[in-house]
Design a protein. Structure first.
Length: 63
């Protein structure tokens, strides 16, 4: 039996969002395809609002 609240607490499907950056574990930064840190692109920051990765704690924004 599935609890009623899980119908609202969990996403209904996979996230279809494609991010234009990837996490580089050696640098501990999100990187753009051209090799620049993702935080150096103001247009990306305006569009995405953040470039926080899941490399750190999932419960803290500033990890």
């Amino acid at each position: 039996m599935r609890p009623f609240t899980l119908n609202y607490a969990l996403p209904r499907g996979a996230d279809q969002t494609v991010t234009p950056y990837h996490f580089d574990p050696a640098r501990q930064l999100n990187m753009l395809p051209d090799g620049r840190p993702a935080v150096s692109d103001p247009d990306l920051l305006l569009a995405a609002g953040t470039t926080t990765s899941t490399a750190g704690s999932a419960t803290h924004f500033d990890d």
